[in-house]
Design a protein around this ligand. Structure first.
Ligand SMILES: [Zn+2]
Length: 503
């Protein structure tokens, strides 16, 4: 299907300078290959281009494909045996997670994302054991799974060269443990020993491999201040400068990370990374819950972006980000589901609704996000944090044809006052069951509950079969290690939030 038309009762094409939604009524989109050629009244478009196949039509509302700007894994940590914990305790907790084949894992979350209107995922790959070849093979499997499904993916393999379990050196942590725990912990950490130069080589190899693929982009992900030596921060800045690739960096997710930055640098984490030239239009800060107003102002001045991970901040007890402050600063704010939303799934419509609702502080004059701001976060601003910036995020001639069609009756049944603005109804009421059709790069990848390219039921059965086996010896020993490490890790942070720390 090279040239075809997508039609809908209303098409939300994007937002004007003032942030108002631009809507075409009784509209149609002419698509050629993977791009949008023309948008206009359906009647005129059909007349000018007669006989073209059509998707959508009456009863549909079209929106730009949503962007989940912060994602890590497929089956959720909770599903795989890791309880929700404060972030720092969650690192050892996660050792208890079962293992599943990376392809199945990737597809599992991708199904959920597409079914809730996500067309582009920012896949931040945090941990992969083994040597360069093993890491590259895993990356190719993950990227390949998205491609087979027809989903657009911005992939990054996180740079991380220190402090793998606590906010101090691995050697210090190992030495602090009872003798019986020292060897298994050292063995576990040694599995993630890829040198900084090897990690950089992974980035360049992936870029070279995928550079001509319209569905794939490769990013840089300096993981977080505590995980990076100054040498690694310097390398990340150099990589960004040499390649122009965007960067996504977790920062100031918890009050402990703020305190870590104070202990390491004497000041703010953002100021520290700024001293290496990392803070600029290429950088997106993931979380940023504990950024000060000065940090936000610095990020705005440098032209960087933020990614708000609403569910994750709640589930991992990280705190509530000052979304209203972020929005007022003018920094483009994207939206990410992170490891899992509040229903332990990857439902972008729900995440949007949560962000809309959580940040409504008391007081008649207190600021709160509007539905349009939330949709902008999940579309144009999300796009700005990916290598596809300027090509996705809104519907316009020349942009990639990533389009979601909603069954508006399913959104509004049995009644919705028609005076309520369309975008408000979308954010407040639309559930994933109303997502009728999803096009990515002009291709229908999901329609009426079925994926075009991969059989979802078959993949879910494979996952069930795979995980129904008894735990392997390796899984059992990691579960034991996880249990044993929680207490020593917890002890390390005692007193960290005393005087001078926190907000
Ligand atoms: Zn994350």
């Amino acid at each position: 299907m090279t040239r075809h038309i997508v039609a809908a009762d209303h098409i939300i094409i994007g937002f004007d300078e003032g942030g108002a939604a631009q809507i075409v009524a009784d509209g149609a989109i002419l698509i050629d290959g993977d791009q949008i050629v023309e948008i206009g009244p359906a009647r005129a478009l059909r007349k000018a281009h007669p006989g073209l196949p059509e998707t959508g039509g009456k009863g549909r509302v079209a929106i730009p494909g949503l962007i989940n700007a912060h994602h890590h894994v497929g089956l959720t940590p909770f599903q795989m045996g890791a309880r929700d914990q404060p972030l720092e305790l969650w690192f050892p907790e996660r050792l208890a997670m079962r293992h599943v084949a990376p392809r199945l894992d990737t597809l599992y979350a991708a199904f959920e994302m597409i079914a809730s209107g996500v067309t582009t995922v920012q896949h931040l790959h945090s941990r992969a054991p083994g040597n360069t070849d093993a890491v590259l093979a895993r990356a190719d499997t993950i990227i390949g799974a998205y491609k087979d499904l027809g989903m657009r993916a911005s992939y990054s393999f996180a740079l991380r060269d220190q402090n793998r379990m606590i906010y101090a050196a691995d050697e210090e942590f190992i030495a602090s443990l009872p003798a019986a725990l020292q060897k298994p912990t050292a063995d576990y950490l040694a599995g993630f020993g890829l040198s900084l130069s090897d990690q950089i080589a992974v980035f360049h190899a992936l870029r070279a491999r995928w550079q001509d693929d319209a569905l794939v982009g490769i990013q840089i992900a300096p993981s977080n201040l505590h995980w990076l030596s100054d040498a690694a921060l310097e390398s990340a800045a150099r990589m960004a400068e040499e390649t122009g690739a965007p960067m996504h960096m977790h920062l100031l997710e918890t009050p402990y990370q703020k305190e870590y930055a104070r202990r390491r640098t004497g000041g703010s984490a953002l100021e520290h990374i700024d001293s290496f030239g990392l803070v600029g239009p290429q950088l997106t800060i993931g979380h940023g819950v504990w950024m000060t107003p000065d940090d936000v102002a610095l990020l705005a001045e440098r032209g960087g972006c933020l990614c708000h991970n609403c569910s994750s901040n709640l589930r991992l007890k990280s705190g509530t980000a000052d979304l209203n402050g972020f929005l007022a600063s003018g920094v483009p704010v994207a939206l990410g589901i992170d490891e899992a939303g509040i229903n332990d799934d990857r439902d972008m419509l729900q995440e949007m609704r949560l962000a809309l609702t959580l940040h409504r502080p008391a007081g008649h004059d207190a600021p709160h996000p509007t539905a349009s701001q939330i949709l902008l976060m999940a579309t144009e601003h999300g796009a700005a944090t990916t290598p596809f910036a300027g090509r996705i995020g809104c519907l316009a001639p020349g942009r990639l044809a990533d389009i979601v069609l909603l069954d508006w009756q399913a959104v509004t049944k049995p009644w919705q006052d028609p005076a309520m603005p369309l975008v408000d109804v979308l954010i407040r009421r639309a559930k994933s069951g109303a997502v009728a059709t999803v096009l990515i790069g002009g291709n229908v990848v999901y329609n009426e509950g079925r994926f075009t390219n991969i059989d979802r039921e078959q993949v879910l059965e494979e996952i069930e079969r795979d995980l129904a086996r008894p735990c392997s010896e390796a899984e059992v020993s990691m579960q034991r290690l996880s249990r044993d490490l929680i207490e020593p890790v917890s002890r390390f942070y005692e007193g960290w939030l005393g005087q001078g720390a926190g907000r």
